[in-house]
Design a binder for this molecule. Structure first.
Ligand code: SF4
Length: 76
């Protein structure tokens, strides 16, 4: 379960976020590339854009696929 009190700094505001448990595996970016990005230095992933209605399923899949449980959907 991700912790909204430990969001990383680059997340855009909103429902989805990545917290400090991210290990930069890249799975989320692969599943939802319009919404999750890895930092250029590879240090962690963050939510670059909240999903539109048709992107929601991919974000949910990314959240459920994150091996570190670092993605939350209770950001607001
Ligand atoms: S799937 Fe999880 S651990 Fe992997 S990059 Fe995304 S947020 Fe980080």
């Amino acid at each position: 379960m991700a912790n909204k009190a430990a969001k990383n700094a680059d997340n855009v505001a909103g429902k989805y976020y990545v917290d400090d448990q991210c290990t930069s595996c890249g799975i989320c970016e692969g599943l939802a590339p319009d919404n999750f990005k890895l930092k250029d230095d590879g240090s962690y992933a963050y939510v670059s854009a909240q999903p539109s209605a048709d992107q929601e399923a991919a974000c949910k899949e990314a959240m459920e696929s994150c091996p570190s449980s670092a993605i939350g959907d209770d950001g607001e």
